[in-house]
Design a binder for this molecule. Structure first.
Ligand code: PEP
Ligand code: MN
Length: 293
């Protein structure tokens, strides 16, 4: 353990530093994403394509996820791809399409920022900045995000412990930005049948250690479309405050992560099941009236 950490211990024996700790603040932090509150009794579902590809793709996907009950739209303009030859995202053009769809649908936007030099630009379009798994330990980026006044969606590093995850969040809070949502998105293990191993035990652990909201990404957590509904339901049963899921209007034509993206119909059906799980655990998902037949 580092000497600059407070000796705050959870039941697990994991020590976490102070600002993110529940010992520092026992009440749950509610993160306000342009009017949508994450961390309260309402379960918030974020949905949209992995990457913004075109106006048609964004429009068709966004209007469908809204009608299915999503409260925040996701979509990457700057994409961290394993191969430099893969689609890298539309960049600022993608941000402009996101701004346009926000006007059209009213859905708040979350999109990824990969570089300190992009923080100002991305923050001028997005309602929440995503720091992806690969950048969870990019400390200059965490500090820059901490200086910006937009909420931050921080994804767990694929090789990171819960303590490292919380310390990454601590970097952001330390700069004065307390609007941070943590996202469990799977970790690398010896298992190869799924893209990652979705660590659902991280949900109760994080909820006990920190006051920050915790959401789950079953799309990257499994890499398999057919497995997303089961893991989404399990995440809510385990106490997650929300979900982020990839949806594409034509998953088979997606330029990025199509195999793990739900179709709009699959998403709409899943939302109805998720509402039942939410109620069973004393939470609520508010769906548009046309869904509740
Ligand atoms: C994403 O959300 O599209 C993404 C790249 O996720 P992660 O950083 O968790 O891999
Ligand atoms: Mn993706």
């Amino acid at each position: 353990m580092e000497t600059n950490l407070c000796d705050i211990q959870a039941d697990s024996g994991v020590s976490v530093s102070s600002r993110v700790s529940r010992k520092e603040r026992s009440d749950d932090t509610i993160v306000n994403v342009n009017g949508v509150h994450v961390g309260g009794s309402e379960i918030i579902v974020i949905a949209g394509p992995c990457a913004v590809e075109s106006w048609e793709q964004l429009f068709e996907t966004a209007t469908n996820v809204k009608s299915g009950g999503a409260k925040i739209l996701r979509g990457g303009a700057f994409k961290p791809r394993s191969s430099p030859y893969s689609f890298q995202g539309l960049g600022e053009e993608g941000l402009k399409l996101l701004a346009k769809i926000h006007l059209e649908t009213g859905l708040p936007l979350v999109t990824e920022v990969m570089d300190t030099r992009q923080v100002e630009l991305v923050a001028s379009y997005a309602d929440m900045l995503q720091i992806g798994s690969r950048n969870m330990q990019n400390y200059p980026l965490l500090k820059e995000a901490g200086m910006c006044r937009k909420p931050i969606l921080l994804k767990r590093g694929m090789m990171s412990t819960i303590e490292e995850f919380l310390l990454a969040a601590e970097y952001i809070l330390n700069q004065g930005n307390e609007q941070v949502i943590l996202c469990e998105r799977g970790i690398r293990t010896f298992e190869t049948s799924t893209r990652n191993t979705l660590d659902l035990s991280a949900i109760p652990m994080l909820k006990s250690l920190t006051h920050l909201p915790v959401i789950v990404d079953p799309s990257h957590g499994t890499g398999l479309r057919w497995m997303v509904p089961a893991m989404a339901k399990a995440a809510l049963a385990a106490g997650a405050d929300g979900l982020i899921m990839e949806v594409h209007y034509k998953p088979e034509e997606a330029l990025c992560d199509g195999h793990q993206s739900l179709s709009p119909d699959e998403f709409a059906r899943l939302m109805i099941d998720l509402q039942k799980i939410a109620r069973a655990v004393g939470r609520e998902i508010y769906l548009p009236a046309h869904c509740c037949i």
